[in-house]
Structure formats: structure tokens, C-alpha cells
Design a protein around this ligand. Structure first.
Ligand code: NAD
Length: 364
């Protein structure tokens, strides 16, 4: 089959890691008889340098014409880069927000999986790391506090700031359905996270999630308050399969879930809309401190490409093959600098970004 893939290489390590993911996709194409047509799209700092805008309307149209988009990362050093002297709506990150909004990417999927080969990097208790965990955070991405009306004004002589957290039942229903659909492909358990003891928006969230759950009798549903969830992630992460939550809670919890794997360079993510279209990117940033040095870990981007095959193209066997090749590469003791074991723990071979891509391609 033929697929049109937009590639937003972006800034920093973005071009290096997307090149490795492309190598892997090309190998998958060769092995399974598919052709992936690549169209490069400018976004972020590189787009500011070329066009004065972090994302042009033309770039959005090009992205919309693809079957899916694979992204590296955008942004530079926020203290030293001239991009951060620009007004906020002209900075690299504004491009990503505009893209998410223009493509209506309301569902953000972030798996957090502890590779047994890397469990010594897990900052949790040894017994917790030994038990392992494999969860996916389904975060609502285009509503709630980050998209509500906001203003800063004077009230009774005091500077006062307001942000609005709004959800309607339709917005909750569509993300809940996505959460239950994904749970059906996993261990069939959804933990819906809210703050229903305080917030009206959370009480509506709970009601709608329960209505959706009625259509998925095989999936177990539990509700958990967000503060408890933050604790439980550290105490007993193995209890989680799919965590379904709103925008701001998901932002915070997904970073926490990423951190307890101990290896940000390994974590993929997907942002989806109502159709099969998705934007796939690693969870980490553009790592300007190591850009151009061929030492970045490309695995998160390679696993993001696997998610693209699974969620946008329905190529499950091909996605499994990439994930298996990554596991074999780790089993064979091949590591980039960020996932090296502590001194004296295991013998491994340290490789750079491009050699890691080659090692995964070889195992495909
Ligand atoms: P970062 O994730 O880029 O880097 C944090 C640390 O992790 C750095 O030491 C970096 O070297 C390391 N790291 C990150 N990815 C790695 C990889 N694949 N392999 C090896 N090491 C890796 O976070 P930051 O330094 O806070 O942000 C840098 C820039 O990235 C900023 O401009 C920020 O806005 C941007 N950013 C972009 C995205 C995105 O494109 N979606 C996400 C987060 C941050």
C-alpha cells in the first residue's frame, strides 16, 4: 500500500532522530511491501528563520494533505535563542499549538512502559521497578483550561488573573470513546482521572465517561482523583492500563509517568483527530544541548513511527515488528548515552544516534 507521510523534522535533534525513524520506515516498507512517500514540512524555529512564522498557512495545508505526520521536535534554548525574544505567538511552540488546533487533534496518547532491560533507570523502589508497568495516558488536548477564556485585569484595585476551564459533553464523549477503544486493544482497564470532589467540569466528565463505559461492557472502569493518581503513579504504577483524563491533568500526569520510566528518549506519543489522521512525535524536546552531535536517542521517534503504523494506517504487524526490533536491540546491549546502565551494572555497547537506527533496521 501507499501512504503519504509529512515529516516535520523541526529543530535541535529533530532532523537527526526523524532521519533514523525514516530509515526504519523505509525498511518496513521494503519488508512488508509498502511505500511511504515523504513530504517535508517546516515548523518551529527553522520555519521562523525561513519565513518569519513558526507555521505558515501553506505548511498547514500541506500537513492536511498527508495521511499522517511524523515530527521530531521544535524549539531552541529558551534562554539564549533569538526565537524567544519574539512575541509568544511568533515563537516555535506557537507553531505546534496552531497545528494541533488546525487539525483538531483532540486526543493525545502517551504510552509509558518500563523496559525490563532498562529497569535500573527507574527512579522508583526496586520492588516497584521489578514489577514493571505498561500504561497509556489518553489526554484531552484541545479543550479545558489551556483553551478557555483568560484575562488579567484590576478588580477592587488588585491585579486579578482569570482562566476558564470549560468542557461540553461532546468533547468529553469523543475522548472517552478513544480511551475505551484503546483499552479494548490493551488490558481492558480504564482509570478516569478527575477532581470531581471540587470541579463541576469533573462531575460532568465522570457522568459522560460512565455513559460511554456502558457501551464497553468488557472494559473495567474506575474513577480516581487527580491528587491520588499523582501518588499512585509513584506507589504502584502497575495498576494502570489506560489513564483517561482532561488537558491540564494529563499534561502533568504524562510527564510524571514519563519520568518514572527513567528514559525520556524512549517514549513516543500520538495526537489524533476524528479521522485516522495523526501527528506522531517523541515525548522529549529538541535537546539543543546535544543537537548535531549524533548522540541523541532516536528510539522515541522510531516508536512514534510504529504508533503511526498502528493508529493511522492499521498496520499492526508492521508496528509490532518495529517494537520487537527495538526490544532485540536493547536485549543485545546496544545503548545510546542517555540509557547507559550505572557503572558496573551490565556490559553494553554505547552507540550514537545513527548507529542506533542502523542496529534497529538490522534487527527488522
Ligand atoms: P528536552 O526534552 O529537549 O531536554 C531535556 C534533557 O533531556 C536534555 O538534557 C536533553 O539532552 C535530554 N534529551 C531529550 N531528548 C533526548 C533524546 N532523544 N536523547 C538523549 N537525550 C535527550 O527539554 P528542554 O531542554 O526543556 O527543552 C528544549 C527545547 O525543546 C525547548 O525549546 C522546548 O520548548 C522544546 N520542547 C519541544 C517539545 C516538542 O517539540 N513537542 C516538547 C518539549 C520541549
Amino acid at each position: 500500500m501507499d501512504f503519504k507521510v509529512g515529516v516535520i523534522a523541526g529543530d535541535g535533534i529533530g532532523p537527526e532522530v526523524t532521519d533514523e525513524a525514516w530509515k526504519v520506515l523505509s525498511k518496513v516498507g521494503e519488508k512488508f511491501g509498502h511505500t511511504f512517500h515523504r513530504t517535508d514540512i517546516l515548523m518551529g524555529g527553522c520555519s521562523i528563520d525561513a519565513t518569519g512564522e513558526p507555521l505558515t498557512d501553506e505548511a498547514i495545508e500541506t500537513a492536511k494533505a498527508q495521511d499522517a505526520v511524523l515530527m521530531g521536535s521544535i524549539g531552541g534554548n529558551t534562554s539564549t535563542s533569538p526565537w524567544y525574544k519574539l512575541p509568544p505567538q511568533k515563537r516555535p511552540e506557537a507553531g505546534l499549538l496552531k497545528l494541533r488546533k488546525s487539525l483538531n487533534l483532540f486526543a493525545n496518547l502517551r504510552p509509558a512502559y518500563l523496559y525490563p532491560q532498562l529497569k535500573e533507570a527507574c527512579p522508583l523502589k526496586e520492588a516497584t521497578a521489578e514489577a514493571g508497568f505498561d500504561m497509556l495516558i489518553m489526554r484531552e488536548l484541545t479543550g479545558g483550561l489551556y483553551f478557555g477564556a483568560r484575562k488579567t485585569h484590576e478588580v477592587n484595585g488588585l491585579m486579578t488573573a482569570e482562566d476558564t476551564l470549560t468542557y461540553n459533553e461532546e468533547e468529553i464523549r469523543r475522548i472517552a470513546k478513544r480511551g475505551f477503544d484503546v483499552a479494548m486493544k490493551r488490558r481492558k482497564k480504564v482509570i478516569s482521572v478527575d477532581k470531581a470532589n471540587v470541579l463541576d467540569s469533573s462531575r460532568l466528565w465522570r457522568k459522560v465517561v460512565e455513559e460511554v463505559a456502558a457501551d464497553y461492557p468488557e472494559v473495567t472502569l474506575e474513577h480516581m482523583l487527580v491528587d491520588n493518581c499523582a501518588m499512585q503513579l509513584v506507589k504502584d504504577p502497575a495498576q494502570f492500563d489506560v489513564v483517561l483524563t482532561e488537558n491540564m491533568f494529563g499534561d502533568i500526569l504524562s510527564d510524571e509517568a514519563a519520568m518514572i520510566t527513567g528514559s525520556l528518549g524512549m517514549l513516543s506519543s500520538a495526537s489524533l483527530n476524528e479521522t485516522k489522521f495523526g501527528l506522531y512525535e517523541p515525548s522529549g524536546g529538541s535537546a539543543p544541548d546535544i543537537a548535531g552531535m549524533d548522540i541523541a536517542n532516536p528510539i522515541a521517534t522510531i516508536l512514534s513511527a510504529a504508533m503511526m503504523l498502528r493508529y493511522s494506517f492499521d498496520l499492526d504487524a508492521e508496528a509490532d515488528a518495529i517494537e520487537e526490533a527495538v526490544r532485540k536491540t536493547l536485549d543485545d546491549g546496544i545503548r545510546t548515552g542517555d540509557i547507559m546502565p550505572r557503572e558496573g551494572e551490565g556490559s553494553v555497547t554505547k552507540v550514537g544516534c545513527s548507529a542506533m537506527g542502523d542496529a534497529i533496521v538490522a534487527r527488522l
